[in-house]
Design a protein around this ligand. Structure first.
Ligand code: NAD
Length: 270
């Protein structure tokens, strides 16, 4: 299996980041989104991104953009199809149905989900299609974050997974690890829990957002975004979906449940 052509579905924060990193590696990539101005503006957002997602902005035309209504046929030409749409299982299932009808036989399909188990993502796939499906969980911003979590399912073609891992390490420069199918995998199981604890404590202590971020940032060896800033960077609407998924997947007795509750300020902002 050679990866010479990639289609990324969902051109938001993560889809754009993944497409830009493929472009940085000179791999032809197409970004597809809904038939709205979102897909048309994807390139512009990549060009304007801070910190820059592209190493060399003059390479922007290595990214082809389109929409799923008119350009879905391009999926048939891709060696790797990455799904990076909103964290909603109904929408993801709908996209997989379309992808697996259209994709070429030897391609590999992956999801960038933050929190949905692969057992749930792949529950509607045939046994044959499960072989070619995995999770590739990139972190934001894709160009700068080293970690990539790969989650396979019980039917995965291990040779293909090995090949994809190698491609992501050598061509995309990522530090890829294979994770078990546990809620939040490794990074979010720890990182999201830490953020929720910090936010819950900040409200209990009646700290201002600025005070909380001043502490839960550089002084603690954490990026200067701080916890509230990081919430914004990730997307507060996305975090709400991620938390819902944790609440559903984790046992009631898990300590995560205590800090996964809706935070009134976040609810108001959404
Ligand atoms: P986003 O909201 O920025 O982008 C999602 C995109 O999906 C939007 O452009 C939307 O128009 C598109 N979309 C929605 N329905 C669609 C459909 N039916 N067909 C095609 N496109 C559709 O979200 P994001 O932050 O990029 O997250 C995407 C995925 O990556 C989610 O599964 C999320 O959990 C995961 N993720 C996010 C982060 C992060 O920090 N933001 C990190 C790692 C993983």
């Amino acid at each position: 299996m050679k990866i010479n052509n990639v289609v990324v579905i969902g051109s938001g924060t993560m889809g754009s980041g993944i497409a830009a990193q493929l472009c940085n590696a000179n791999i032809p990539v197409t970004l597809l989104d809904l038939k709205t101005e979102i897909s048309q503006k994807a390139k512009e957002r990549i060009e304007k991104s801070r910190p820059p997602l592209l190493i060399d902005k003059s390479k922007i035309d290595g990214i082809n953009v389109g929409n799923i209504a008119d350009n879905f046929n391009l999926v048939a030409e891709a060696d790797w199809i990455v799904e990076a749409v909103v964290e909603r299982i109904d929408i993801k299932h709908d996209i997989y149905e379309k992808i697996f009808k259209k994709r070429k036989k030897d391609s590999i399909v992956s999801s960038n989900t933050s929190s949905i188990p692969i057992s749930v993502l792949s529950e509607k796939l045939s046994e044959e299609d499960k072989k070619d499906f995995c999770i590739t969980h990139f972190f934001n911003p894709v160009r700068y974050m080293d970690l990539l979590e790969i989650v396979k399912n019980e039917k995965s073609d291990l040779e293909k997974i090995k090949h994809l891992k190698n491609f992501c390490e050598v061509d995309l420069g990522k530090g890829a690890i294979i994770c078990n199918d546990t809620p939040g995998f490794l990074g979010n199981r720890i990182g999201v829990y830490a953020m929720q604890v910090a936010m819950t404590e900040a409200f209990k202590l009646k700290l201002s957002i600025e005070e909380a971020d001043a502490i839960f940032g550089r002084p603690m060896g954490i990026p200067k975004t701080g916890v509230f800033g990081l919430y914004d960077l990730i997307g507060i609407d996305l975090m709400a979906d991620v938390l819902k998924s944790f609440i559903k997947e984790l046992p009631k007795s898990d300590e995560f449940q205590e800090v996964a509750k809706e935070i009134p300020l976040v609810k108001k902002l959404i």
